[in-house]
Design a protein around this ligand. Sequence first.
Ligand code: AHG
Ligand code: MN
Ligand code: MN
Length: 346
Amino acid sequence: MQTSVTTIERFILDQEDRYPEATGELSNLLYDIALASKIIAAAIRRAGLVNILGKAGHQNVQGEEQQKLDVFANETIKNCLQHTGRVCAMGSEEDEDIIPVPPEYAAGKYAVLFDPLDGSSNIDVNSAVGTIFSIYRRVSMHGRGTSSDVLQPGCKQVAAGYIMYGSSTMLVYTTGQGAHGFTLDPTIGEFLLSHPRIVTPRVGTYYSVNESNFHRWDIEMQTAVRGLKGDLSDGVSPKNSRYIGSLVGDFHRNLVAGGIFLYPADTKNPKGKLRLLYEASPMAFIAEQAEGSATDGVQRILDIMPTDLHQRTPLVIGSREDVGYVADTLRRTAARASGPVSQPAL
Ligand code: AHG
Ligand code: MN
Ligand code: MN
C-alpha cells in the first residue's frame, strides 16, 4: 500500500518556501478555493439523485425550489472567500457587477474572478463540468476593491486554475511555476498530487470546436479549421475531433493529450462567446505554463487589457504549434483576400 503522498497543502507550502517574502496569504486563498470546490463536487455528485430522493421521500416539503447548481456554486465560492480577510473584491460570471467584500469583513490584498460552474448544460446529461478561477494582486491602495482590481490583463495574474468535476474531481492550478494537477481522493477528502508539472504536447491529436457554427465563421477561420482536420494538405498533422461543450472538459483533455480548442467569433457572437476574465485568461495562463499557447486568433490572450467585467473574446488555445498554425492561416488567408486581384491570363 502506498503511504507517501503529496497533498495540495504540502505542495503549495513547498512552493511558497522558495519565496522568503511570502506571507502565506495566497496559499491560504488557494486552500479556500479547494474547499469550495469540494463542497461543489459533493453537490454535483448528488445532483442526479435530487429528484429521485425528493420523489421517493416527499422531502421537498419546504416548498423551496431546488437551487440551480450554478447559483449554488456561486454562493459557495463567495461564502468561502469573503470573510477571510484575504480578498478585496470578486467578479463572477453569475453576478452583473463587481462584488466588494461585505463591510463587516476585512478587505485583503487579492481580487478573485471565477466562473462558478462552467459547462452547466452538461449537468443534466451527467457529463463533465468545472469551476475556473483567476487571482490578481489588488492595485487599488486600500479599502474595498474597485473595478481597477478586477480589470487587469491576464499577464498580471498571480494564480489561476480550474476544477473539473468529471469521473474523478481534479484541480489544476498555476502560480507561474508550472501547471500542476491534483486528484481528489474522496475517501480522505484531500487533493493529492497526480500530474506534477504538466507539459502539453507541442503538436496535438485533437481539435475541439463547435462545428455547427462553421457557416457563421469568416472565410479565414473556415480555412483554418479545414486545415486542422487535414482538408488542405498544407503541412499541419490532421487531427481527430472531440467536443463536449464544456470548456474545462475540452481544455483538460487537450492539455493532457495534446490538442487545440477554438471558440471563434461568428455572426451570432461577433466578439466570441467565452469571457475573457473568467474563462480565457485563466486557461491561457495555465496553457502557457504547460508550454502551450493561447490567442484570440492572432493576439496573445494574456496581453488583452479588459475594459468590461463580462467582456467576451474569441479563443484559440492549446498545443503551441497548432495555435501558431491557426494564426498563420488567418493572416495568410486575410492577406490573400485583401491582396491585388490577380489578372486573368490572356
Ligand atoms: P457556461 O456554462 O459557464 O456558460 O460556459 C459554457 C461555455 C463553455 O464551457 C463551452 O466551451 C461553451 O460555452 C460551449 O458553447 P456552445 O454550446 O455554443 O458550443
Ligand atoms: Mn463557462
Ligand atoms: Mn458558468
